[in-house]
Design a protein around this ligand. Structure first.
Ligand code: ATP
Length: 210
């Protein structure tokens, strides 16, 4: 059973930190990039939802295992991961599904709506990110003792329930830093695909106004 990966994010904008992480996870059969619609714990995005989707679409073009799934952006109201995972599980009852999150996002897991239910639906694949350490205490430390695994095969053998921490090439790129770089008039070249940079140039997103 080859797992399918689900990589959610605001992607405001998508960058090589996201793409390289996903690429290094290609023992999973496919990776679905899922831009968040109206993120419940985040501020408003800068780029419009349609343009965040357009940037993800441009970024994944040419890599057949990368798929854009924009279902959350088409939903009214806040989009909770748990609802999306329930929907995916209903569509693929026996498929191994892996929700991919960076370590920073994993540390915020206890703030997610109905987070304890998630592992009944999916596995979690946690990508190391520069500056963030795996928790050893608290509810997430306990969860890791209970559900953590170092065997990627565990993700192939069951449809849900495990947490796999994945060492990926550490690229210290974040959307926040990219937005700062662009507003200060610098060029994001080589930090993101050219097609994404072209969309940012033509829309004027993140640049200083006036
Ligand atoms: P922001 O700086 O606006 O918070 P971000 O760069 O973290 O944005 P998101 O769209 O919020 O990007 O992230 C989507 C997912 O990708 C999250 O799970 C996040 O942890 C992960 N991620 C983002 N950048 C990296 C990176 N450089 N390496 C590994 N994972 C990353």
């Amino acid at each position: 059973m080859s797992p399918i990966g689900i990589f959610g994010g605001t992607f405001d904008p998508i960058h090589y930190g996201h793409l390289r992480t996903a690429f290094e996870l290609l023992r999973l059969r496919q990776i679905h990039f899922m831009p968040a619609g109206n993120p419940p714990h985040r501020d408003q995005t800068i780029a419009s939802t349609a343009d965040r989707v357009a940037m993800v679409k441009a970024a994944v073009a040419g890599q057949p295992e990368f798929v854009l799934d924009d279902r959350e952006t088409r939903r009214e109201g806040p989009s909770y991961s748990i609802d999306t995972m329930r929907e995916l599980r209903a569509e693929m009852p026996n498929q191994s599904l892996c929700l991919i999150v960076g370590m920073d996002a994993f540390l915020g897991l206890p703030t997610w709506h109905q987070w304890r239910e998630l592992l009944n639906l999916i596995h979690l694949v946690v990508a190391h990110r520069p500056g963030w350490r795996a928790p050893t205490m608290g509810p997430l430390g306990e969860l890791l003792v209970d559900r953590g695994t170092g065997r990627i095969d565990d993700l192939h053998e069951a449809p849900s329930g495990r947490i796999y921490i994945h060492a990926v090439t550490q690229l210290e790129i974040s959307s926040t830093e990219l937005r700062k770089l662009i507003v200060s008039g610098r060029d994001p070249r080589y930090l993101m695909p050219d097609a994404v940079r072209d969309i940012i140039k033509s829309t004027g997103y993140y640049a200083r106004k006036g």
